[in-house]
Design a protein around this ligand. Structure first.
Ligand code: HEM
Length: 518
């Protein structure tokens, strides 16, 4: 049968039954001299700066003296079983924890041994050499066990330091094993993904990969890259517990065992939602600037000729009316054509006005605006449109909503665009809910319809100029709304589910009591 670690060590030391007998025979001698021996050891510890310091701050001379004396007696029991080994290990851990370097307790064993040599020589006569050899074996055994414990403690401490460093990291860090199942999951990962470590450990990595990327074989491509280069750095998207898509920067490296064989991977993930949002906002602002300049130019060029076309159309209309008596059939035909031309031309005029408004939007005025009142007033003019479209309106107003700072006309224009869209999204009627609320420094307005909703692609393009899901839309309504909200220091977000409806959330800053935005 294979020897246990304890037996191997005792065999290596060459500890025999005779050694044990000799140690047991030492008991009367140790009982008689343990105080003096322990005292000598304490003198030695007090004479050296580092050990004296440990002694002073961690214990007292009397206590340590008693501990040394007990230890010497313990050796003479001659029982070096599993318990004895466990006690020595614990001692090693304990000294490590109080910050005592191993060299000091190793020297301590040397010191005890030296102090016992003359005693043994005087009292053990013929067996002195054999007894000293037995004692030396035990001191060596104890010293080696203490060093083992120190090494184990040190490794453990380093691992804990590393673990706490990983846990406190602002980036999500996790490891997966060779089967791509999560093995560790830090606190930031819990925050980004919403999964607690205990929920996700053991689960396959596919849990956080969006299905479209799985279908596009992203994991296989990552495997190839990692196999070729040993690491990888990409921007991609991952999925949270509640199904949100989070844009992330992902760094992957291979984890290897001490033999260098791969055993898994370590991933560091940075949530770049905010960065992406800023990039998108910058891009949007650039797009809008170009659109604005172009629209101004175009609208300006078209506006004057258009006015004269409309004027002339009216004149031709009058002429057509005069013709009625002589040529009734031709006149009727002419009026049908003229009305068709008229409605098309007026459509061009509306579009042109939209462009102009977009391009020439003045800087917002800054006055205190009570959103609830603005909505109540504005909505009173729209009742006819709601009735015609079979739309029921729900108001959920926050009675304690503080005023926001802004331009009443522009804000209403922005909100009106949302309300119009909502009505159009419910061609067979539905419910429009306007809800206001606030937190310390932000006011919220939510405009929700129960209409046809939008697919993810339409949602992504929503605020891009000229993008419209409506056949006659200019695609400038929502960009305009977004621009107004942004100029007021706010944000707009959209949530939509096909066939369920759409909800726009406008968030605006509430000024502090000095009237500045907080
Ligand atoms: C020959 C080597 C040594 C042996 C056999 C030894 C033995 C012991 C034992 C048995 C304990 C009690 C552990 C327990 O809580 O169960 C202990 C505690 C302690 N040892 Fe050692 N020790 C040695 C070396 C040293 C050295 C060199 C110092 C340096 C000052 C030291 C300082 C301490 C201190 C401060 C404690 C804590 C005492 C307390 O609980 O108040 N030891 N030691």
């Amino acid at each position: 049968m294979a020897l246990s670690k304890r037996e191997q060590r005792l065999k290596f030391l060459g500890l025999t039954g005779r050694d044990v007998e000799l140690l047991q025979a030492l008991r009367p001698l140790v009982e008689a001299h343990r105080e003096t021996l322990a005292d000598g050891c304490c003198d030695q510890l007090e004479s050296l700066a580092e050990t004296a310091d440990v002694l002073r701050t961690r214990s007292s001379r009397d206590r340590l003296k008693a501990l040394f004396a007990d230890y010497l007696l313990r050796i003479t029991e001659g029982n070096f079983d599993e318990n004895y080994f466990a006690e020595r290990q614990r001692l090693g851990h304990m000294h490590e924890r109080i910050g005592l370097q191993p060299r000091w307790y190793l020297l301590g064993y040397g010191q005890l041994f030296s102090a016992m040599i003359p005693l043994i020589r005087d009292h053990c006569a013929a067996a002195a050499d054999e007894t000293l050899a037995a004692l030396q074996k035990i001191f060596m055994l104890d010293a080696s066990l203490a060093v083992d414990a120190y090494i184990a403690s040190d490794r453990y401490r380093r691992m804990q330091e590393l673990e706490s460093g990983i846990n406190d990291s602002a980036d999500a860090i996790f490891t997966v094993d060779a089967e791509k199942r999560f093995r560790s999951w830090n606190r930031a990962a819990e925050e980004v993904f919403g999964w607690k470590a205990e929920e996700i450990i053991g689960k396959p990595v596919q849990f956080i990969v969006p299905p479209d990327l799985l279908d596009a074989h992203e994991l296989e491509q990552i495997d190839e890259q990692v196999a070729a280069h040993g690491h990888l750095h990409i921007e991609t998207v991952r999925l949270t517990k509640d199904g949100r898509r989070v844009p992330v920067e992902l760094s992957l490296s291979v984890l290897r065992d001490p033999q260098g064989d791969p055993i898994g991977r370590c991933a560091i993930l940075r949530d770049i939602t905010e960065r992406k949002r800023l990039e998108e906002a910058k891009l949007q602002a650039e797009r809008l600037a170009v659109v604005g300049a172009m629209s101004a130019k175009l609208a300006h060029e078209i506006r004057n000729p258009l006015s004269s076309v409309i004027l002339n159309l009216d004149l031709v209309g009058d002429e057509a009316a005069a013709l009625t008596e002589q040529e009734p059939a031709a006149s009727a035909e002419m009026r049908i054509l003229l009305s068709a031309i008229g409605s098309e031309v007026r459509r061009i005029q509306r579009v042109t006005e939209d462009y102009l408004q977009f391009a020439k939007m003045p800087r917002p005025r800054r006055e205190l605006v009570a959103l609830n009142d603005l909505l109540t007033n504005g909505m009173s003019f729209l009742q006819g449109s709601f009735d015609a479209a079979h739309v029921t309106v729900h108001r959920e107003f926050d009675a304690a909503l503080p005023p926001v700072l802004g331009d009443e006309a522009q804000l209403w224009q922005a909100i009106l665009n949302l309300i119009r869209n909502a009505i159009e999204a419910m061609p067979t009627g539905g419910t429009l809910t306007l809800a206001t609320s606030h937190e310390t420094s932000r006011a919220f307005l939510r405009v929700t319809d129960t209409g046809k909703g939008m697919d993810p692609a339409a949602q992504q393009n929503l605020f891009k100029p000229f993008f419209s899901t409506k056949p006659s839309g200019t695609g400038l309504g929502l960009p305009l709304t977004q621009q107004v909200v942004a100029e007021h220091g706010g944000r707009i977000r959209c949530e939509s589910t096909p066939d369920r409806g759409t909800s726009f959330l406008i968030e605006l800053p509430i000024p502090d009591k000095h009237g500045t935005e907080s």
